[in-house]
Design a protein around this ligand. Structure first.
Ligand SMILES: [Zn+2]
Length: 366
């Protein structure tokens, strides 16, 4: 919370000592959302519900940025942004909350997103969490959240979210974009199909990723716009919720091909929502080290608090090293290691987990 306050303070103008701050805040809030309140599907009551809502966005890359930007401007009262990664120049083509300064600083995406949002809407609460959502921390990271939005880039995390959401009867919205097409599905446990009803297992072998197929920013924005609108319907509830889409929708913005698969009902023999077997939530067989795209490996350490100043001194003889409050970067040709304060690391320049583990052991600790 201290971070949220300081982020807001950086960007808010000085308050006027006129004693009317509350009424002027209410006035400015009414003015800010006036065009949205005029829309019949939302109205004044819907806007109040949005202000009271608590939404988590898991993953703040391209889709997560677009979702967070739309919902923050729409006045969703609390947005918790969970992301494990940092901003890089190759993100700027599509990740709308970040700029060149964020990439130059290698700022964690959650922090950069919170700063950017505070600059255009200081009236809502942003809770940035620089973390990788895993079975061990999902309870804490999604505490008090009523709707979960998917901004991730991998099925492992999506199945984890699906297990958690079905187990706790909490709605979530799946969104994905790659190449020129996007996919999205609303999951309302016990009412609609869940992710595992439609895809019982993670697709293997043929999975396209942004690293192999590229991505159009317009495909991202289309899918995020649809998912953000579905989120508004669920948060406003009542009549708005009756308009919720009950299909898995896919749309290709390049070929204009689109399709919808019914997701109106849960599948009775579904592993997750039928048999209530939450293997992903149990975290069985979860590796300590994982590949995380773009020629890099992540070391899932989280109980090794790092003193960045001390670590910088230790690493200086071995390569180029610099740090800010949030990340430490260490270049040791041909590798680039990004270290987070809890000991987690992303090592770029290899897909060999043994090489990554040995670099980490040598320079950080085994
Ligand atoms: Zn299911």
């Amino acid at each position: 919370m201290a971070l949220v306050t300081s982020l807001a303070r950086e960007t808010q103008p000085e308050r006027q000592p006129d004693g009317n701050s509350q009424s002027s805040a209410e006035q400015s809030s009414a003015d800010r959302y006036s065009r949205q309140v005029l829309f019949r599907g939302i109205g004044a009551e819907g806007q109040r519900k949005l202000a009271a809502a608590r939404v988590a966005i898991v993953g703040c890359g391209a889709t997560g940025s677009a979702l967070a930007g739309l919902l923050a401007r729409a006045g969703v009262g609390t947005l918790r942004i969970i992301d494990r990664d940092y901003v890089e120049p190759s993100n700027l083509q599509r990740q709308s909350l970040f700029d060149e300064a964020d990439a130059a600083e290698s700022l964690p995406k959650a922090i950069a997103a919170a700063r950017k949002i505070a600059a255009f809407n200081s009236q809502i609460v942003i809770e940035p969490k620089v973390d990788d959502l895993v079975p061990a921390n999902i309870e804490a990271l999604l505490q008090g959240i009523e709707l979960i939005l998917d901004g991730t880039d991998n099925f492992e995390t999506r199945y984890l979210i699906n297990d958690y959401a079905v187990d706790r009867s909490r709605p979530w919205i799946y969104s994905a974009a790659v190449g020129s097409y996007g996919l999205t599905l609303n999951v309302v446990p016990a009412q609609t199909a869940c992710l595992a009803c439609i895809f019982p297992d993670s697709p293997r072998g043929m999975v396209e990723t942004c690293e192999t197929s590229g991505i159009l920013n317009s495909a991202v924005n289309l899918v995020a716009s649809i998912a953000a609108t579905e989120a508004l319907k669920l948060l406003v509830g009542g009549d708005a919720e009756t308009h919720m889409r009950r299909t898995l929708l896919s749309f290709d913005v390049w070929t204009n091909e689109h399709s919808e698969i019914s997701a109106a009902k849960p599948r009775p023999d579904c592993r997750a929502c039928g048999e209530r077997d939450f293997v992903h939530l149990a975290g069985e067989g979860r590796p300590h080290i994982t590949l995380c795209g773009r020629n890099s490996v992540q070391i899932h350490e989280r109980e090794r608090p790092i003193d960045f100043a001390e670590m910088e001194l230790r690493l200086q003889p071995h390569g180029v090293v610099r740090h800010n409050d949030f990340v430490l970067k260490f270049w040791h040709d041909p590798y680039e290691m990004t270290l987070f304060p809890d000991g987690r690391a992303i090592i770029k320049g290899t897909t060999d987990t043994a090489v990554a583990r040995s670099l980490y052991a040598r320079y950080v600790g085994s």
